[in-house]
Design a protein around this ligand. Sequence first.
Ligand SMILES: Cc1cc2nc3c(=O)[nH]c(=O)nc-3n(C[C@H](O)[C@H](O)[C@H](O)COP(=O)(O)OP(=O)(O)OC[C@H]3O[C@@H](n4cnc5c(N)ncnc54)[C@H](O)[C@@H]3O)c2cc1C
Length: 415
Amino acid sequence: MEDQAINQRVVIIGAGAAGLTAAEALKHKGYQHVTILEKADRAGGKCSSVEIEGCIYELGAGIIAKNNKSVFRLAKKYNVRIKPVEFGRTVLIDPADGKPFPKQRLEEKRSLLKQVLLTYRTLVRQHKDIAKPGLVHVDPELCIPFSDWAKQHNIELLANELAAFFTGFGYGYFNDIPAAYVLKYYSWDTIKSFIKRQLYTFPDGIQHLWTAVAKEHDIRYNVTINSIKRDEGVTITTDTEQLQFDKLIITSPLDEAIEFMNATAQERELFSKILYIDYRTIACSVQGLPETSGYVPANYSSDRAGHPVFWYHRHSGTGVYTFYVLGDWKMSDDEVVDNVTDLVEKMGGTLTRVHTIEHWKYFPHVTPDTMKEGYFDTLESMQGAQHTYYAGELLNFSTVGLTSEYAEQVVKKHF
Ligand SMILES: Cc1cc2nc3c(=O)[nH]c(=O)nc-3n(C[C@H](O)[C@H](O)[C@H](O)COP(=O)(O)OP(=O)(O)OC[C@H]3O[C@@H](n4cnc5c(N)ncnc54)[C@H](O)[C@@H]3O)c2cc1C
């Protein structure tokens, strides 16, 4: 039986962290006929590294935490360099005048520490299952917006602090996003990694990791899928050929997959409920700014959409900064660049050149109510039906580590 399984032909849609981790896990199990279909001309998906003026910058994911074990394992296997993040100076800026906020008072720091070490640690222990891969059996208590949950537990000061690496990193606003996502992202292991500054980056760019992994697999780039038909097996028609498989793993956006797949009514209903965040990365040259990275907490609400929430200065001695903006899908990139220019000027600098803008359809997620209705229990119960398995960031959370962890689990459990 085991032998028969490894002879099955498996197709994976998408060569991002999820697809390539799944391919690796299948290879590890001995599967010999695994094909990855990727619509872009490169591997990595939201791990997207570019060279600007001789240095590598990240337009998508850039940092992993110490507890992202599957990613470390792959980097080791493929000899890809990882190094601790060099934390330059980080500031919190008021966008009204571009000036840094005053440092926290001692009293405030004490309350914050108490909220993290006592209250939050106790709460994450109570909800320890949320740290397991996937989002099944989520406690209904966590299916309310995180801002309400934080208020209920008197950790609003901590919530303000957590927003920097959550809203600032593109995961939306705390008054929309279910608490379950926030607890999954801020697991106790992750909190420890942040406190101890055990965060890592890829000197050659994180995309390099996935390029290295992809080289070891049967991967087809620039593929346009016209249809996926699932009946006795899986038939995929692309622009150039028709392919037959026994099993299908989808890691690309599921709401888009229903456009070309013979989707069931249940798939259509579930996938139409997926929401995304409009997140944009603007890499630009700036003169006259100190070499800092920073957060703009006043922009962490929907009425400030289009304004930068975070910027990152990766290489000292250069004038290249990446700015991150939560948009509203409607505004143009020009408007967003105007807002970045305005912030830079308020901080005393001049934006001299925009190198590139990446516009992401980011963080697939569902509303608190949809989550409460058991969305992920239903999705999980569908794994394997019609020879189909779902992986990808929606199923766990949008970080490289959590996405890879879930993809690995799908293979361990179902193949
Ligand atoms: C700006 C930004 C910053 C981030 N920062 C971090 C960070 O610091 N740390 C961290 O851990 N995570 C970070 N993330 C999140 C992380 O990058 C993602 O959660 C993760 O890479 C998602 O992997 P995935 O494989 O599920 O999806 P994706 O990376 O989106 O991969 C899906 C793949 O499917 C392909 N595809 C889509 N449609 C089709 C189709 N029809 N046919 C074939 N192929 C298709 C796509 O081209 C893509 O290659 C960041 C993301 C962004 C955008």
